[in-house]
Design a protein around this ligand. Structure first.
Ligand code: FA5
Length: 349
């Protein structure tokens, strides 16, 4: 009778374990069949009232069935757990992907690339030169004599305790962070014969206080066109072509007399204001013009310092600020933003 009761509990328990759907249901079955208040526990408790004979028979049977139920519950738990893990690992291939943040070119690089593309399409080559220069290339070869007040126009950073030996002379010269890209003119001419047309974009450094339109580190791009019978008309035409392509609208340029030791005549170079078209607005302080850089016809002294015969060639050159152009094109009101590393600025372009 007791034996049959135990076997019935077993059958019922195994059936219910099979049907269980989750860990909670299995837990409840464990309580129901093996817990303190379970039928089994009652049987085990009543063993003490049985005869020795019955005790010997029912005792081991009850223990074996208890063990069997326990093992079945454990097995079922394992299966359900592995199903839950699989569920967690399931990949929904239809779910939208997570957006990956991608880096991109800095605005200055974008603008420099635009400038290079326009000039290469006009047959110009791109030239390069060192950012750390000797005094010879930064000043002397550009007809800026030592101790001449013109040198003060470029607030130069000098490299401390380092000098460069002058070739074939027992002399040394100072080393500077180049304050403009004009030294590239001389370096290029020493190695190439005219006719040629180049631009040389690059970093420049000046020891000056910064404000909304001045940085200690900024970019210029030099242009140099040398050949026979080159005149100011060529210069004006190329410049207008470039600016019209760069701003994607017709741009007029204006030349004002100026002075640079390496050009004669020299000009200050303006373009008509791209905001008001020349009528006068707050962007151009009412003048209708934006100042872009310096330019002029190459001084014959620079040709001579570069190894060309005097008066054999003519050429024009300019040095324009790249940040200044980017500021006009992208309506940026403070040059210091370019090198601030502020992602709110950088990621807008
Ligand atoms: C020069 O540097 C001459 N080398 C330009 C030149 C080249 C003249 C060839 C003739 C022939 P300037 O110092 O004016 O000139 O600088 C030219 C341009 O560089 C400026 O108009 C401006 O656009 C940019 N620039 C100069 N200083 C700074 C600065 N501190 N911060 C940002 N841009 C600057």
């Amino acid at each position: 009778m007791l034996e049959q009761k135990i076997l019935n509990i077993k059958t019922q328990a195994l059936e219910n374990i099979k049907k269980a759907q989750n860990e909670k249901e299995l837990f409840d079955l464990r309580v129901k069949y093996l817990g303190r208040k379970s039928g089994f526990n009652k049987i085990l408790k009543s063993l003490k009232d049985l005869s020795l004979e019955e005790k010997k028979k029912i005792g081991p049977l009850a223990n074996t069935v208890k063990k069997e139920i326990d093992e079945e519950i454990k097995k079922a738990e394992k299966i359900i757990k592995s199903k839950v893990d699989l569920e967690k690992e399931k990949i929904d291939v239809t779910a939208p992907g997570e957006k990956i943040k991608r880096g991109h070119l800095h605005l200055l690089t974008i603008v420099q690339n635009e400038i290079e593309d326009i000039f290469t399409s006009m047959g110009f080559e791109i030239a390069d030169g060192p950012e750390v220069e000797t005094e010879f290339y930064a000043f002397d070869a550009l007809n800026i004599p030592k101790n001449h007040p013109a040198r003060d126009a470029w607030d130069t950073f000098f490299i401390k305790n380092q000098k460069s030996k002058i070739k074939n002379q027992n002399l040394e010269e100072k080393i500077v962070l180049r304050p403009h890209t004009s030294p590239v003119q001389v370096r290029y001419m020493q190695k190439h014969k005219p006719p040629f047309r180049i631009i040389a974009p690059g970093k420049c450094f000046r020891h000056e206080a910064t404000d909304a339109s001045h940085e200690h580190t900024f970019y210029q791009f030099e242009a140099l066109v040398v050949g026979k019978n080159i005149n100011v008309g060529h210069f004006k035409y190329i410049a207008e072509e470039f600016f019209s392509k760069f701003f994607k609208k017709k741009i007029t340029v204006r030349l004002r007399p100026s002075f640079f030791p390496f050009t004669e005549p020299s000009f200050e170079f303006d373009i008509n204001c791209t905001v008001c078209g020349g009528k006068g607005c707050s962007a151009c302080q009412g003048t209708g013009w934006s100042e872009i850089g310096g330019a002029g016809m190459v001084n014959q002294e620079v040709f001579v310092a570069s190894g060309y015969p005097r008066e054999k060639y003519q050429g024009f050159a300019w040095g324009f600020g790249i940040e200044r152009l980017a500021m006009i094109k992208y309506k940026i009101n403070d040059i210091r933003l370019f090198h601030s590393g502020d992602l709110r600025f950088v990621s807008q372009f």
